[in-house]
Design a protein around this ligand. Structure first.
Ligand code: URA
Length: 235
């Protein structure tokens, strides 16, 4: 089968397609013993031999995991400050990577996979899948704040895409709200809530698209069903 080199690397779980392109341009990939820096290159998966970092690249078993990330874990493979990482919660032999990020102090749904192509598509700024959060915020957001979320808020010098804010419950000090965003900017929900002066006290992601965390216990994970994988691939 003929396939573009960057797609092949992504499907083999080496890196996202974007990152794989960088690796190619940097001269880190060899095809049949020669360094290949052309991005358009197609390879024949039955015939051509691809090497990256002196290792033969092969398409492996693709796995897709949903983890209920607890607070107090970083969403990286390794942490420079030796904090616990989400990888510590997985008991698997395959190397998987998180699809996007949850902050250290955020809990909830995190997808992990070795399918670099899917990671690329789900995290691409242009095609970002809907993400639903439940947050405990200080005070109770007003109608005006809800409109503001919909109209967009300037954070880090750039306006956010229309987002939904819904009040689920409130008491004297806090409100529980549901927030839906399409982007995945750094600490986006926290920054948006700061901007309307209702800072986040607690944050949990409850869904990615139509995939819900439901009753998956904190710190536990499960494999996605074929139906769920097909749904993500259609995004
Ligand atoms: N927005 C945030 O502020 N933090 C997260 O972890 C995810 C979205």
């Amino acid at each position: 089968m003929e396939v573009r080199l960057q797609k092949f690397l992504a499907e083999a779980g080496i890196a996202s397609r974007r990152k794989a392109e960088e690796l190619i341009v940097m001269g880190k990939v060899q095809v049949n013993g020669k360094v290949m820096t052309e991005l358009g290159t197609k390879i024949d998966t039955n015939k051509d031999i691809v090497f990256y970092q002196n290792q033969k690249v092969e398409i492996k078993n693709l796995i897709y995991i949903m983890l209920h990330k607890p607070e107090g874990y970083v969403t990286t493979v390794k942490d420079q400050f030796q904090r616990p990482t989400v990888m510590d919660l997985l008991d698997i032999s395959e190397r998987v990577y998180p699809v996007g990020r949850l902050d250290y102090d955020t809990s909830g749904l995190l997808l992990l996979t070795n399918d670099g192509d899917l990671t690329y598509r789900l995290t691409h700024p242009k095609h970002n899948i809907e993400k639903t959060y439940e947050a405990k915020v200080f005070g109770t957001p007003s109608e005006q704040d809800i409109v503001q979320f919909y109209k967009g808020i300037i954070i880090d010098g750039k306006k956010t895409e229309p987002a939904k804010l819904e009040i689920l419950q409130k008491d004297k000090k806090y409100a529980t709200v549901r927030i839906v965003i399409h982007e995945g900017r750094n600490r986006q929900v926290r920054k948006m809530c700061d901007a309307i002066q209702h800072p986040v006290a607690k944050l949990k992601r409850i869904a990615t698209g139509t995939l819900y965390l439901k009753n998956l216990p904190k710190g536990k994970y499960r494999y996605l069903t074929q139906k769920e994988i097909d749904y993500l691939k259609k995004q």
